[in-house]
Ligand binder design. Structure first.
Ligand code: FMN
Length: 465
């Protein structure tokens, strides 16, 4: 059987039961109800995936659908998205992801009759997006949304691109989407220059490995359906689309596919929207997606990301893995790094085994060059866990002198969603070198001897612990 969302849910309930909870009472996604529960869990430091078994549509009617949220909420679930049975440390997760993404697999084309995503097909006058369970996540959002994956390819190429693109409901057959200037955006502009629309399919609900692969940092030469196959560990099964036939192949094992096109020479209002920065981003003039066909499983499970909260940051994991890879090329003795769990979308903490002076700055520059998400880098020694902010703060307190160890970087390319930018895109950054200097003796950490700790297990002296 091919990898799909249903198989994944079964696997998680078997391997890691506490990581997936079920809500049986009916909730209204367009009235903030799923996210109201998720935010309460988050306030308690809990990030289980939650399957909402009964959800209503935009008309307030009951539906046969379910919604799965918080799929990526914590590192354990990033491992589960890649099928890892046991919990793994960050560095192991990075290496697993990088190894798989570097082994792309050719797609397997199947007939529409073999595609579970085609159990129900809706076209023409029967199309009505309001029959679907769109979501409002946060106060002040401009409309109900889906946060899904757009599968598309450049008009003159066989290469497929997959990227996360939110879609705001407009009417029965239209949504407004936001594209930052990356691959999908450039495919669209090429099409628009020729006066053509860009066909694509919004994928809502597939194996989380597919969703993870959608944030891969690739080049325009890489086929991202093939990269998704690498991350999944098996070829992605695809099938001809309803609206465009073989000219647009769509994932056969998806839960829901909304096929359509980004319309040339038309723009529409989109937003406000709760961005990954934790702030509500502004209303913008964005792009119009016109729906041509809908296909889905009868009892489809929609994956939705909890915008602006941990789930949203965590879904960027591939970018964190690529940053790790770039740092490793610059400083092979990098031990670990922590971007997503550091709590700030533009802060990165790197731990290295420093061999010579200058390596901390080199590691930091490699990370900053790898991604314009990164603004502040704190470099610590290998004895500091970059995921433990108390440890990091202790290193900053005791191994750092601002006069010598702070490097301020001016004129950097910032991230357009960073609300602290004073210019449209140009910003500044800094590197804090909190490593111990190599050229003079440094005091040792005050710790109890290791061998004594080892021969005195806590449980033997304090049985309740
Ligand atoms: C949960 C999530 C939501 C995202 N939403 C959007 C979005 O609405 N628009 C956008 O341009 N990028 C969004 N991104 C970022 C891109 O999907 C991501 O950077 C992707 O790698 C871009 O792919 P591409 O360069 O192949 O187009 C989102 C990322 C995540 C993880």
């Amino acid at each position: 059987m091919s990898r799909d969302l249903r198989g994944w849910i079964e696997e998680v309930e078997l391997k890691a039961p506490g990581e997936l909870l079920r809500v049986k009472r009916s909730v209204a996604p367009d009235r903030f109800e799923p996210t109201a529960l998720l935010e309460q869990l988050e306030d308690r430091g809990e990030y289980p995936a939650v399957l909402f078994e009964r959800i209503t549509n935009l008309k307030g009617e009951p539906t046969p659908f379910m919604a799965l949220m918080n799929v990526f909420g914590n590192p354990r679930k990033i491992g589960l998205a890649m099928g890892l049975a046991e919990p793994a440390g960050r560095a192991e997760l990075f290496q697993t992801y990088l190894r798989r993404a570097a082994q792309p697999r050719k797609v397997q084309v199947v007939a529409p009759g073999e595609a579970p995503a085609k159990e129900v097909v809706v076209r023409g006058r029967d199309l009505d997006l309001a029959a679907l369970p769109f979501f409002r996540h946060n106060y002040m959002e401009g409309g109900p949304y889906f946060t899904g994956i757009v599968g598309a390819r450049a008009l003159d190429s066989q290469r497929y691109n997959i990227s996360w693109n939110r879609m705001m409901y407009l009417d029965a057959t239209h949504m407004a989407t936001y594209m930052s200037p990356r691959h999908l955006w450039s495919h669209f502009y090429e099409a628009e220059e020729q006066g053509q629309a860009l066909p694509g399919a919004l994928v809502l609900g597939h194996h989380p490995g597919f969703h993870l692969a959608s944030a891969a940092l690739t080049t325009l030469n890489d086929d991202e359906y093939e990269v998704a196959g690498g991350v999944l560990g098996e070829p992605l099964r695809v099938t001809p689309s309803e609206a465009y036939g073989e000219a647009l192949l769509v994932p056969a094992d998806a839960e829901v596919l909304i096929e359509g096109e980004i319309v040339p020479h038309r723009r529409t209002i989109e937003g406000p929207y709760g961005e990954f920065t934790g702030y509500t981003g502004p209303e913008r003039l964005s792009w119009l997606f016109e729906v041509k066909a809908l296909s889905m499983r009868r009892d489809a499970i929609f994956i939705e990301i909890f915008g602006s909260h941990r789930d949203n940051m965590a879904a960027h994991f591939p970018i964190e893995a690529h940053i790790y890879d770039r740092v490793r090329h610059a400083v092979p003795t990098v031990k670990d790094l922590c971007w997503i769990e550091s709590g700030g979308p533009h802060n990165l903490i790197i731990s290295i085994k420093k061999r010579i002076e200058g390596e901390p700055l080199r590691a930091a520059m490699a990370a900053i060059a790898a991604s314009n998400f990164i603004k502040h880098v704190i470099v610590v020694d290998e004895d500091i866990d970059p995921g433990d902010l108390r440890e990091v703060s202790w290193a900053l307190a005791t191994r750092f002198q601002a006069e010598d160890d702070l490097t301020v970087l001016k004129g950097m390319q910032g991230h357009v969603l960073d609300p602290s930018l004073r210019h449209e895109i140009r910003g500044s950054g800094m590197v804090l070198d909190c490593t111990v200097p190599l050229d003079r003796p440094y005091p040792r950490r005050a710790r109890v001897p290791k061998d004594v700790r080892e021969r005195m297990p806590l449980g033997e002296y304090l049985p309740d612990r």
